[in-house]
Design a protein around this ligand. Structure first.
Ligand code: ADP
Ligand code: MG
Ligand code: ZN
Length: 478
């Protein structure tokens, strides 16, 4: 039986987070009433001229630099001609022969295996509008052009991936980069980060690629994996059945768990690209690229590597802590403010408590300041409060925004570390339980826990466990 190898190349469209559109001054704000974020330019009225948004170019260059691309000194905008009701000009302004960025790469890791995936190109283009169906009358569709002319970058990979896991690892790494650069919000469900997957298979050892199909309409990492797994099985079945894979575009149907043919190669558009005569070639000065290179922020995986190295926390912790940039910054600030406390203790608190709390209270990391985390942990280290109390205090800060001191005061949370007070209670516990005391002294070591429990209970659970233990050890010796 033939063993097949899967070959995958991905095309990603990422919406750039500029305030205004790529060729006009209209706002890109999401969720406005239909067709209110529009003007003559993005409505495609005759006689208007596009003006390129400098910020959008800057964002695209940042993406190129972070993925090790060559930034072209000169690139060209082209018209991609096709008809569709959400495209008022009858063409999309994109880049074709001379893209802004080319020949980059991205490093991924799957199950401990490192791998480099080549990037063919990153080019700039405008988004189209949106068709709105099902607004009452079933025989009518509406057009909303608020999204028309929103800046996008298209990131095209080389056919370097060899399985669904590699594809999703690539997508995650790419999304992390764009989000950390603060140039894209990375939201797959809302479509600001969308992916088309080109998939083919070939007998293992064969050099030539097989015929590929392009999969569209996958709005989560999970669905990208599922769609590719399905496609690989479909192509294998065809070939083993003596049939041929035909090049086509297929739509993933997540509810049914299948893909359906959308159009074949013969039905594909001939876009008749040509340079847009309304736009001058884009000239990028070296000095601009150099300035942006210097300004590049630390990326998620770089931060994770540094956290693991400099703070001696496990790689897994570092990855979890850096998944969201604001959380990573929050944690690192807390580590610095809690000087002297092991970073691993802070990592534990974030991983086992604060990140969970954030799921219930999204404002957790705004309401609880890094300084608050440091303050509470210092109290724990000093034995003033228990770790349980520390968590309770943080919950309360997240819920009410109250100051730590006020919460401690109101809840009477101060942990008893006063040796005299604890000694008195221990004496009483021993006096009240003569039988257990005698049993303990004759060798029933297990009763130690009983005495700890009784002492803690008598002190309302607020005693410092270490002090209680020390005193009990002393007193039980007799
Ligand atoms: P198009 O513009 O028609 O989609 P491209 O040549 O730009 O075609 O390729 C698009 C994507 O398809 C790229 O990401 C590329 O890596 C990938 N690709 C090309 N050939 C194959 C193949 N045989 N199997 C899988 N992916 C492929
Ligand atoms: Mg394509
Ligand atoms: Zn406009």
């Amino acid at each position: 039986m033939t063993t097949f190898e899967t070959v995958i190349g991905l095309e990603v469209h990422a919406q750039l987070k500029t305030n205004t559109k790529i060729f006009c001054g209209c706002s890109t704000e999401f969720g406005k009433p239909p067709n209110t974020n529009t003007c003559e330019v993005c409505l495609g009225l005759p006689g208007v001229l596009p003006v390129l948004n400098r910020k959008a170019v800057e964002f695209a260059i940042k993406a190129g630099l972070a993925t090790h691309c060559t930034i072209a000194r000169k690139s060209v905008f082209a018209r991609k001609n096709y008809f569709y009701p959400d495209l008022p000009k009858g063409y999309q302004i994109s880049q074709y022969e001379l893209p802004l960025c080319s020949k980059g790469y991205l490093d991924i890791e799957v199950e401990g295996q490192k791998k480099r995936v080549g990037l063919t190109r990153i080019h700039m283009e405008e988004d189209a509008g949106k068709l709105v169906h099902d607004l009452g009358a079933s025989d009518v569709s509406h057009v909303d052009l608020n999204r028309a002319c929103t800046p996008l970058i298209e990131i095209v990979s080389e056919p370097d991936m060899r399985g669904p896991k590699e594809a999703s690892a690539y997508l995650k790494r790419l999304r992390d980069i764009l989000v950390y650069l603060e140039i894209c919000d990375g939201n797959m469900e809302e479509g600001s980060f969308r992916c088309d997957a080109n998939v083919s298979i070939r007998p293992l050892g064969q050099k030539e690629f097989g015929t590929r199909c392009e999969l569209k309409n996958m709005n989560s990492f999970r669905n990208v994996e599922r769609a590719i797994e399905y496609e690989v099985k479909r192509q294998e079945a065809l070939i083993l059945d003596g049939k041929k894979v035909v090049q086509e575009t297929r739509l993933w149907n997540a509810d049914k768990g299948v893909s359906e043919s959308m159009r074949s190669k013969e039905e594909a558009n001939d876009y008749r690209y040509f340079p847009d005569p309304d736009l001058l070639p884009l000239i990028v000065e070296e000095a601009w690229v150099e300035r942006l290179r210097k300004e590049q922020p630390e990326l998620a995986f770089e931060k994770a590597e540094r956290f693991a190295r400099d703070y001696a926390i496990p790689a897994y912790d570092a990855e979890v802590l850096t998944a969201e940039k604001s959380v990573a910054q929050h944690w690192e600030a807390a580590v610095k403010l809690a000087a002297g406390i092991e970073p691993k203790k802070l990592s534990n608190l974030y991983m086992t408590h604060l990140l969970k709390l954030q799921k219930d209270v999204p404002e957790t990391f705004e309401r609880i300041k890094s300084a608050t985390v440091a303050e509470v942990l210092k109290m724990t280290e000093a034995g003033d409060i228990s770790l349980g109390m520390a968590k309770e205090i943080l919950d309360e800060v997240a819920a009410s925004g109250k100051a730590v001191a006020d919460i401690v005061e109101a809840k009477g949370m101060k942990q008893v570390s006063d040796t005299g007070a604890i000694e008195a209670v221990v004496d009483k516990v021993l006096a009240d339980n003569p039988k257990n005391l005698a049993d303990y002294r004759s060798g029933k070591d297990k009763l130690f826990g009983f005495f700890v429990g009784q002492t803690m209970k008598a002190l309302g659970g607020k005693a410092n466990p270490k002090v209680v233990n020390d005193i009990l050890i002393q007193k039980l010796k007799g």
